[in-house]
Design a protein around this ligand. Structure first.
Ligand SMILES: [Zn+2]
Ligand SMILES: [Zn+2]
Length: 255
């Protein structure tokens, strides 16, 4: 599987895009920066979109993706999320007030976007990928995803604080090639990190002990205002398997 890290940060500033991972040019995980970070041609080639949760940094570019691509495709973008997330996006973003309801544009039979509900721990096949959604510890029924194809599995917790179930299930995947997870705040802001259900380096170091052993761990969601401070702190953890997603646009390959 090829993963293009369109955006991997926990905030927006020049040079920092929010969460969007594109797998094999066709399966998008979160829509934080997909319109900002891909050409319209590349946006048109996306078929399926997994959304972790309804926080703005993970959904905002769904609005512009639809605006760019409506009428240019012969089928809708198929969006998959927990029903809480689907209801939030429909009520608060694509509600014909903040943004048009693209599930009715150009028309209801052939819309730009179609919302589908997925259920935690119920595997689904989406576009040739086996997806296991797992609830993680972040507001609004947030899901992490284990994505598997061609005997390679990748795990995306996306936003979360300390959690357990996804690590238990991950240990069943002997073909797990990478874990994508997060650190948002520096250690001196641990109280804010915990209040907002995110990690700081200190809590992530504890979390690693629960993860499957010897798997590369890619850390994203660094807040732009703490970027260099966090990189120093994460490198200071001296964990061999840690990699920092500090360059939006990078491409990673897993076989
Ligand atoms: Zn986030
Ligand atoms: Zn969030």
């Amino acid at each position: 599987m090829k993963v293009k890290v369109i955006g991997s940060h926990g905030g927006v500033a020049p040079g920092f895009k929010t969460t969007s991972f594109l797998i094999d040019d066709c399966l998008l995980i979160d829509a934080g920066s997909v319109a900002e970070g891909l050409t319209v041609d590349a946006q048109k080639r996306i078929d399926h979109i997994l959304i972790s949760h309804a926080h703005l940094d993970h959904i905002k570019d769904m609005a512009f993706l639809c605006d760019n691509c409506f009428g240019l495709r012969d089928k809708p973008f198929e969006v998959y999320s927990h029903h809480t997330v689907k209801n939030a996006i429909k009520a608060h973003l694509m509600n014909d007030i903040i943004w048009p309801d693209f599930s009715k544009i150009p028309n209801e039979t052939n819309p730009t976007i179609r919302f589908n509900e997925i259920i935690p721990e119920k595997k689904v096949m989406i576009g040739g990928y086996e997806i296991l959604p797992v609830s993680v510890n972040h507001p609004g029924d947030t899901l992490g995803y284990i994505v598997q194809k061609d005997n390679v599995a990748l795990l995306f917790t996306l936003d979360t604080s300390s959690t357990d179930r996804i690590w238990q299930l991950a240990k069943k995947y002997k073909n797990l090639a990478a874990i994508f997870t997060e650190i948002s705040f520096p250690d001196h802001m641990q109280a804010v990190a915990e209040l907002s259900y995110h990690h700081c380096p200190k809590t992530l170091a504890k979390e690693i002990r629960k993860m499957p052993m010897d798997i590369p761990i890619y850390i994203g969601h660094l807040k732009p205002q703490f970027h260099s401070e966090l990189i120093t702190a994460i490198n200071g953890l001296e964990e061999e398997n840690l990699h920092i997603l500090d360059q939006d646009g990078m491409i990673l390959k897993f076989t």
